[in-house]
Design a protein around this ligand. Structure first.
Ligand code: IYR
Length: 223
């Protein structure tokens, strides 16, 4: 018996096999053009484009459809400056002592360091928070489920949406990130997940010469 509170599935169109292949191929080549960028231009990006990409991220599958994400979108130069200042304090500690040598060695080929000018230069910082639990109107805690998985999937979809819109991103995770709650006035039930730096790449942006694993390295088929 169909459930009375369900609706018919809409929006799926089955493709003939050849078109399926073409669509998969085309998307793969789009995604292969995505690179994590650290050299951002200060060129503005319209807010409505960011809003549409956030709505796309908000379609992500998630635990019990609680949608346990909150995107704080920072364009204010003053707030970006404060975020940069706090993040660089954490990064300074990371690069000059806190990080084990093994970790620093693993990062060496990416050329990263404690200096994070992109946090001020890029037009938008999307600070992504994971809602550990909801607080109802009468103050009761309502548990959320698979929060990291849900927010991780939504973040991936956001990066993909921004890339499709021709924008570059950088996933930035200063550690610890709790300063973001204070700075952005977010409540205790929200845990900072990552900062997504968004904008256009600088005209002379450079990226490390790295590749991605082959299909045999990332997948096993059992047929
Ligand atoms: N959060 C630091 C360090 C860093 C860590 C990993 I793992 C990276 O892939 C890149 C950087 C930073 O942002 O520099």
């Amino acid at each position: 018996m169909p459930r009375a509170d369900f609706v018919p599935l809409e929006g799926y169109r089955e493709l003939p096999v050849e078109q399926m292949r073409e669509a998969a191929e085309e998307f793969l080549s789009t995604m292969r053009r995505r690179r994590t960028v650290r050299d951002f231009s200060s060129r503005p990006v319209p807010r409505d484009v960011i809003e549409r990409c956030l709505l796309a991220a908000g379609t992500a599958p998630n635990g019990a459809n609680r949608q346990p994400w909150r995107f704080v979108v920072v364009g204010s130069p003053e707030v970006k400056k404060k975020i940069r200042r706090e993040a660089e304090i954490e990064e300074e500690a990371f690069y000059s002592g806190k990080a084990p040598q093994e970790w620093l060695d693993a990062l060496e080929h990416l050329g990263t360091d404690a200096n994070k000018p992109f946090l001020e230069r890029a037009p938008w910082l999307i600070v992504i928070f994971a809602e550990r639990y909801e607080v109802s109107a009468d103050g009761k805690k309502l548990k959320n489920y698979y929060v990291s998985e849900s927010v991780g999937i939504a973040t991936g979809m956001l990066i993909t949406a921004l890339h499709k819109a021709g924008l570059a991103t950088l996933t930035h995770t200063p550690s610890p990130m709790t300063f973001l709650n204070d700075l952005l006035g977010r409540p205790d039930n929200e845990r900072p997940f990552l900062i997504l730096v968004v904008g256009c790449p600088d005209g002379d942006a450079q990226v490390p010469d790295i590749g991605k694993k082959s299909i045999d390295e990332i997948a096993v088929f059992i047929e």
